[in-house]
Design a protein around this ligand. Structure first.
Ligand SMILES: Nc1nc2c(ncn2[C@@H]2O[C@H](COP(=O)(O)OP(=O)(O)O)[C@@H](O)[C@H]2O)c(=O)[nH]1
Ligand SMILES: Nc1ncnc2c1ncn2[C@@H]1O[C@H](COP(=O)(O)OP(=O)(O)O)[C@@H](O)[C@H]1O
Length: 217
């Protein structure tokens, strides 16, 4: 956990839903979230800020806002981050403005962040739904990192070491999805999002249409 992060007061009960997806590097969270967004027009992903250098095809403002150490530090000092954390030697953060505005507008937001950030979010926004994605095995995780071909062997080795610690945090999450077969994991993710959407809308102002159809109070 990040002792220096700016602890926010609990957020109000926004009409939008917040989903947080975490996983060890290479488990498939970016691929799954991308596929989920294609299936679900109501979901928006929040683009984080990072001090990490861009990988091959990554674009500023699409995968991340790539910023320098000084700019990141200035954002921390101004309290611009909802949460931030140091992960694999770089800093990553979710900007407050982007997600609060969307949740207020009733949009559903997905954050793809590490477990430290996820646990910070749960503290300030208990209605957030925390989903942890597990690889089917350590061997498969290593193969996926190698096949992705984006990281040096040293970086892959570090990510495999960090993964042991990260997966131990899965028990603090609301749901666990095993990404063995991609389509099965995607289906699981979609089901969680859909089920939570129905559940939360019953607790809030809006009622799911099926309640009217069944004349439920
Ligand atoms: N706390 C936090 N973690 C983030 C944020 N954005 C990305 N991360 C996490 O940082 C880690 C490294 O991400 P990245 O460098 O893209 O590598 P990848 O996970 O291998 O694709 C992953 O666990 C991400 O989920 C953020 O805004 N906040
Ligand atoms: N179920 C799966 N089976 C096989 N390969 C997968 C699966 N899910 C993702 N991958 C591949 O594994 C690699 C890592 O996935 P990625 O989405 O980048 O992971 P993460 O965002 O968690 O670091 C990518 O090359 C991706 O295409």
């Amino acid at each position: 956990m990040n002792p220096s992060s700016n602890p926010a007061a609990a957020l109000p009960d926004y009409p939008g839903n917040l989903y947080v997806v975490s996983a060890p590097s290479g488990a498939g969270k970016s691929s799954l979230v991308k596929a989920l967004l294609e299936l679900d027009a109501r979901l928006m992903v929040s683009v984080s800020h990072t001090t990490r250098a861009p990988r091959g095809q990554e674009q500023h403002g699409r995968e991340y806002w790539f910023v320098g150490q000084d700019e990141f530090q200035a954002m921390i000092d101004r309290g611009d981050f909802f949460e931030w954390a140091q992960v694999h030697g770089n800093r990553y953060g979710t900007s407050r403005a982007a997600i609060e505005r969307r949740l207020q507008a009733g949009e559903d937001v997905v954050l793809e962040i590490d477990f430290q950030g996820a646990l910070q979010i749960k503290q300030i926004f208990p209605a957030a739904v925390l989903i942890f994605i597990l690889p089917p095995s350590w061997e498969e995780l290593l193969q996926r990192l190698r096949r992705r071909g984006e990281d040096t062997p040293e970086v892959i080795e570090q990510r495999m070491i960090n993964a042991r610690h990260e997966v131990a945090q899965a028990r603090h999450f609301d749901y666990i999805v095993v990404n063995a077969l991609f389509d099965t994991a995607l289906f699981d993710l979609k089901t969680i999002v859909h089920a939570q959407r129905l559940k939360y809308s019953t607790q809030r102002r809006s009622r799911p249409a099926v309640f009217d159809a069944l004349q439920l109070s």
